[in-house]
Design a protein around this ligand. Structure first.
Ligand SMILES: Cc1cc2nc3c(=O)[nH]c(=O)nc-3n(C[C@H](O)[C@H](O)[C@H](O)COP(=O)(O)O)c2cc1C
Length: 251
């Protein structure tokens, strides 16, 4: 087991962090956390190994997180790059993350793991679960073995280039009458899209990436996707409920 790992992540509703933290726990005694939602600039890695974990938005990695990752000087240190998706599909996200991470890290392993869908929690409900954690532990054992052998070599992952079109939010979450203007949603928003001014809450669609951090942070459950959008999502995603999507590793 390693002494520590650097853990870079973007996790608006906690699923990506949970998966990455399980992997970190199996790899090292402690993790240095680097949250891409923090407004401060993220530091370069100091540990032997980094974990980079991003969620999948529309088959891609969120552009916001990609920009943050570009600012990190990985010093060509070793890294494990993983995407976390909501039991539909990860499409081009892992290829995009691997390509981007390779620009400044030496990527020695990649993976795609499932967590509960942040827009439609009935998809992947309860994941990562015990079986996922076992698979994360097994993945960690392979990574540690690879580190010990000093093996190297390019990691190939599925996905297409050019990538799918950028994910663009068609609408923002909205607040209901039970909103008490506490401002927790505005604090949680990574892009400062939410403002409270003269007793009114507004959300800037041009800044919103629909990451659901505001919905997750609302203590009164007063924030949600607009109802027509919820219905559309249900129609689109219900068919993915029956199959348990697999975690995939590339090492
Ligand atoms: C805007 C948006 C788009 C998403 N697109 C996909 C997708 O294309 N495929 C998928 O399986 N899950 C998708 N999801 C689900 C997330 O990838 C999944 O819930 C992930 O765990 C969210 O990370 P978080 O819990 O760290 O916020 C999407 C979620 C959001 C908010």
């Amino acid at each position: 087991m390693l002494k520590e790992v650097d853990f870079y992540y973007f996790s608006p509703t906690g699923g990506t962090k949970k998966v990455g933290q399980c992997l970190a726990n199996a790899l090292a005694k402690s993790a240095i956390l680097h949250d891409f939602a923090d407004k401060k600039h993220s530091a370069a890695p100091t540990a032997e190994l980094s974990i980079i974990a991003l969620p999948v938005f529309g088959g891609r990695i969120p552009a916001f997180a990609a920009q943050k990752l570009k600012l990190i000087d990985g010093k060509n240190k070793k890294a494990v790059a993983i995407v976390v998706y909501g039991n539909r599909a990860y499409e081009d996200a892992l290829l995009e993350l691997n390509n981007l991470a390779k620009e400044s890290f030496n990527v020695i392993a990649c993976g795609a793991f499932v967590a509960q869908h942040s827009m439609y929690p009935k998809l992947g409900e309860g994941r990562p679960d015990e079986a996922d954690i076992e698979e994360l532990n097994a993945f960690a054992a392979l990574i540690l073995r690879k580190l010990a052998c000093g093996q190297n070599g390019e990691i190939k992952v599925p996905g297409n280039y050019p990538y799918k079109a950028d994910f663009i939010a068609p609408a923002t979450p909205v607040s209901s009458d039970s909103c008490c203007l506490c401002g927790k949603c505005a604090q949680a928003c990574p892009t400062d899209a939410i403002a409270i001014c003269a007793g009114k809450l507004t959300t800037d669609l041009s800044k919103c990436m629909l990451c659901m951090a505001c919905v997750h942070a609302c203590p009164n459950h007063a924030r949600a996707l607009p109802e027509p959008m919820q219905k559309q999502i249900q129609l689109m995603l219900d068919k993915y409920r029956s199959a348990r999507r697999k975690n995939e590793i590339y090492i």
